[in-house]
Design a protein around this ligand. Structure first.
Ligand code: 6R9
Length: 650
């Protein structure tokens, strides 16, 4: 991954008005790592506290005394910070612009005052249904205002929300509900994406028939498309009916800084998805501060992040960051190519979007359709562009910069993770020269480092595994219900450091270039899929004996899913079964986990101790049979030859 050293120097005009200049970055970065208490103590003053914290940071990554605490004696409420405190100055300012899937339907402008009222009404309704501080609530909604209202209503009453992406299948919902023993689910009759309906309520019904889900007492159903759905009384209640008549005022719960705010499930390299837990103060300080600094936020910006609230990007940079900063955010229900591939750019013109934040996979897909669909729109309102979710290839970066941004808008390539709560490596557009394809430099307080396989720190220009040497306020605190898994996953590989799971190169200028996951996580269109999850879905089919899943480079998605399947003896490898297995994975996990290729494998390459050698399977999937490396430790080296010959050519 050695790219030509293209540099886009900081635009002096942008820098002149920006929040952080070159000099300020150096000075603030030094302070943030040398005096973290002073630095993060000051930053925390941006929030409204019931009780201001007297302590800032108390962290040890040492395994015999492991703890992560920020602002530990502070008390606050996240919804108050996102709503109440703006009412006096910005009550009539638009908080959310809701752009529907169908562009002929009117957009809805929701002011801070409206949003506050809606959140309070739902919060009161939740309390009337018996929801109390610490209860878990699952949110399975499309990208509609109620999704955001629901998250903030949970925060208001101190309930812990777990948002499950609307593309997940009943099995995945059930796993997530069971893992955190949810008491209540908020869903909708149906979702709507690109004109297609998604049967959300029916999926919840199916999930709640599965084992481990009987903690759910109530299902609130938002009437969205208006289609008829099965309502099972008294469990199922219409959202509008329970909210109606509730007061528009609701006393917020006093939360301790380290009380949980939400759980968000994400795929790891082994086992079932883990419930990443974020707490209230550190997360909110970090989401709010990074949102302001990285996007160089101004009061009159119209900010649009195209993510779904089912992912962490939606949590931090549609909900908690923008609303805690009192900004105006677009909430988009639809998809980039409906009704046409100009949709993004049309929405930008329609709402005069000034900051646009999307994923490389969307850029690559739209780039295929050429410049025309972009150029026929104005985009004059844009001033800053951002990307997130996966490495952006320099070609896509250039197209984004030159065609979408008319070579006028800096591009911030932001690297971070569900676990990190907010952006950790990113340019600040007024301070850091850009290099297409590089996330550039650490944000304040972030200390990245590279280590080799033995955990030796690498100096200067180097390539290795990306670790973080110290904590930042937005760091996750635990895996819900499994603290040991948290420690084992992130802090045991390289003692004393947080291991990100990513590979990375640092160039001679100290710029970071993320190269992708080094563990068994596949990044498909910016969504994390564990190979173990897809494998377990495949082997749950009665005709499958064994399966191995790897990622391979994919032009649009970044990485695709390649599955090797060994059938039970006597089963015929037919085209019909091939289709059936792919459909089976979609049904078990959801469409996002659909294998791109599925190859019959009479045998899998294994070591003599029975370990599948994925390195070899990856090379076969990549069509690089000349790079298989050492196969001498295999129990049966002839397996490899037959897999190479039978490879399913993409
Ligand atoms: C925010 C988010 C995290 C993984 C991460 C890395 C990849 C995210 C990236 C990037 C290169 C970027 N990733 N941003 N890789 N450049 N700017 O995406 O969270 O869904 O948890 O994924 O995504 O591999 O480890 P999450």
């Amino acid at each position: 991954m050695n790219h030509p050293a293209v540099v886009h120097p900081v635009d002096p005009e942008f820098a002149a008005k920006s929040r952080v200049t070159r000099e300020a970055y150096e000075r603030m970065y030094a302070e943030s790592v040398n005096q973290p208490d002073a630095f993060w103590g000051k930053v925390a003053q941006r929030l409204d506290w019931f009780k201001a914290p007297t302590k800032v940071k108390d962290v040890s990554y040492q395994l015999d005394d492991f703890h992560i605490r920020w602002y530990e004696d502070g008390e606050l409420n996240a919804s108050v910070n996102c709503l109440d405190r703006h009412l006096a100055q910005r009550g009539d300012k638009t908080a959310l612009i809701f752009e529907q899937d169908d562009p002929s339907k009117p957009a809805e402008h929701i002011t801070y005052r409206d949003l506050h009222a809606r959140v309070c009404k739902l919060a009161n309704a939740l309390r009337s249904l018996g929801v109390r501080k610490g209860d878990r609530i699952t949110i399975y909604l499309p990208m509609i205002p109620e999704a955001i209202v629901s998250m903030l209503a949970c925060a208001r009453v101190g309930a812990i929300h777990s948002v499950v992406f609307g593309g997940f299948a009943p099995n995945s919902i059930a796993d997530r509900v069971a893992d955190c023993t949810s008491k209540l689910i908020i869903t909708a009759d149906e979702g709507l994406r690109g004109g297609k309906k998604v049967p959300l309520k029916a999926n919840v019904d199916a999930a709640l028939k599965m084992p481990g889900t009987n903690t759910v007492e109530t299902v609130l159903v938002v009437r969205h498309t208006g289609s008829a759905v099965d309502m099972q009384m008294p469990r199922d209640r219409w959202y509008d009916a329970v909210v109606e008549g509730q007061s528009e005022e609701c006393a917020p719960e006093r939360m301790n800084a380290e009380d949980p705010l939400f759980i968000l499930y994400t795929s790891g390299s082994t086992g079932k998805p883990k419930g990443v837990l974020h707490t209230t103060a550190g997360y909110l300080v970090y989401a709010s501060y990074t949102h302001e600094m990285v996007f160089d936020l101004r009061d009159d910006d119209i900010y649009w992040c195209t993510a779904d609230v089912g992912w962490v990007t939606g949590h931090s940079y549609i909900v908690y960051g923008p609303l805690s900063n009192g900004s105006t955010a677009v909430v988009f229900e639809g998809v980039p190519n409906y009704p046409s591939v100009s949709r993004f750019w049309e929405v930008i013109d329609k709402h005069k979007v000034s900051i646009f934040y999307t994923a490389p996979t969307a850029i690559r897909a739209l780039m295929r359709d050429g410049d025309e669909p972009v150029k026929k729109t104005s985009r004059a309102s844009l001033r800053l562009l951002g990307t997130v979710g996966e490495p952006i290839n320099p070609e896509a970066w250039r197209w984004y910069y030159e065609v979408v941004g008319d070579s006028r808008c800096p591009v911030v390539d932001t690297w971070w993770q569900t676990e990190t709560g907010g952006i950790l490596i990113t340019p600040l557009a007024g301070a850091i020269d850009l290099k297409p394809g590089s996330a550039t430099k650490p944000f304040f307080g972030v200390q990245p480092a590279l280590v080799d396989a033995n955990g030796q720190l690498l100096e200067g220009e180097a390539e290795g595994n990306l670790v973080l040497l110290d904590s930042w306020p937005g760091q996750m605190r635990t895996v819900y219900g499994d603290h040991q898994r948290f420690i084992d996953t992130y802090f045991r590989t390289y003692p004393g450091m947080y291991f990100t799971g990513d590979g990375c190169r640092r160039d001679a200028d100290g710029y970071y270039w993320i190269t992708g996951r080094v563990d068994d996580v596949i990044n498909v269109s910016g969504h994390r899929i564990g190979t173990a999850e897809v494998e377990s879905a495949l082997v749950s089919h009665p005709k499958v004996a064994e399966a191995a899943v790897v990622g391979f480079p994919h032009d649009i998605k970044g990485q695709g899913i390649y599955a090797y399947v060994t059938l039970i003896a006597g089963e015929a490898a037919t085209e019909a079964l091939h289709k059936e297995l792919i459909a089976h994975v979609r049904k078990e996990i959801g469409p996002i986990a659909t294998p791109d290729h599925l190859q019959w494998a009479p045998g899998l390459p294994k070591t003599r101790s029975g370990k599948i050698m994925r390195r070899i399977l990856r090379k076969i999937a990549e069509n690089a049979p000349d790079q298989l490396g050492d196969t001498s430790t295999l129990a049966d080296p002839s397996v490899v030859e037959s897999l190479v010959n039978e490879r399913r050519v993409p």
